[in-house]
Design a protein around this ligand. Structure first.
Ligand code: ZN
Length: 288
């Protein structure tokens, strides 16, 4: 199933499913549905089968008539791994970063969370705005000390993300968190595709485009530390909760790696896509 949030005619946000090319509100399928994504994820053991059994015939609104919103209406935490595709490590070495033997984790603060077609703000304080297409895992069943072998059972689903980065703020101190946490710099979507529908997430083509020009073009099989290893490592430290967001790393081809660098400018359109998960498209806008 493909979980979405959407609105029609600027009306209230509704939780729903993407079925073919229609947005179907959960309230049109079952009685007393949850209204927040995190509640839906927490209740999924019972909710999923109810939704799967619902009659969807003739229901929903054509996708062209709705606005898709961020599929998550908030989360407790958003973690991201750096330097996790071999080709991206190689290009980052040119910037003085070395090959990690440990997983390099940083926090993307939750204020950065944004919708699949929302604007990405060009910071007032920087012109070094960059893109990073990433496979994003959404935690389902929480837990601590989850082994890599058990990790698949703890993932609710997957989506496409852009780990938008402000390069000068990322590297001006040893900690990356500020450069990764500007408002609007974590768009995800368009839907959260449930883990049962995705199966093994390692082996999906992953790409980004800026104004139609292909910039990143790889496959999730090239992850240095795979999604299961990432969950094992993170959960050694913190209790993972339903709805937690994990950005799993970006392949080569970010703007910083070009000579000269190709940073994002006002009006640029960044498209990030992963086969089977869909695409998000975000335009660079001025800070509001
Ligand atoms: Zn990243």
């Amino acid at each position: 199933m493909r979980l979405i949030r959407f609105s029609r005619d600027n009306g209230p946000a509704r939780l729903g499913l993407l079925i073919d090319d229609r947005a179907v509100a959960l309230s049109d399928l079952i009685d007393t549905p949850p209204t927040s994504t995190r509640d839906a994820i927490a209740q999924w053991d019972t909710l999923g089968p109810r939704l799967a059994a619902a009659n969807t015939a003739g229901k929903g609104t054509p996708l062209a008539e709705v606005s898709l919103l961020c599929p998550l209406d908030g989360c407790e935490k958003m973690m991201a791994i750096g330097l996790n595709y071999a080709d991206h490590i190689e290009e980052a070495r040119g910037e003085g970063l070395t090959i990690p033997t440990e997983q390099v984790w940083f926090s993307k603060q939750v204020n950065a969370l944004a919708g699949p077609f929302d604007g990405i703000e060009l910071p007032r304080v920087s012109d070094k705005l960059d893109y990073e297409v990433e496979l994003v895992a959404i935690i389902g069943k929480g837990g601590r000390h989850i082994t890599a072998a058990d990790a698949p059972q703890h993932i609710f689903g997957y989506t496409v993300g852009n780990d938008v980065s402000v390069r000068d703020w990322q590297t001006k101190t040893p900690q990356w968190v500020l450069g990764k946490s500007f408002d609007t710099h974590g768009p995800i979507g368009p839907a959260i595709v449930t883990a049962d529908e995705v199966g093994d997430p390692h082996g999906r083509a992953i790409r980004s485009f800026v104004n139609g020009e292909l910039r990143q073009n790889s496959n999730t099989r090239h992850l240095v530390f795979n999604v299961w290893q990432q969950i094992e490592e993170l959960s050694k430290v913190m209790t993972l909760k339903p709805g937690d967001v994990i950005f799993t790393g970006t392949p080569g081809g970010v703007g910083l790696a070009f000579r000269p660098p190709k940073f994002l400018k006002l009006g640029d359109v960044v498209r990030c896509e992963i086969d089977g998960l869909g695409a998000i498209e975000n335009t660079v806008v001025a800070e509001s």
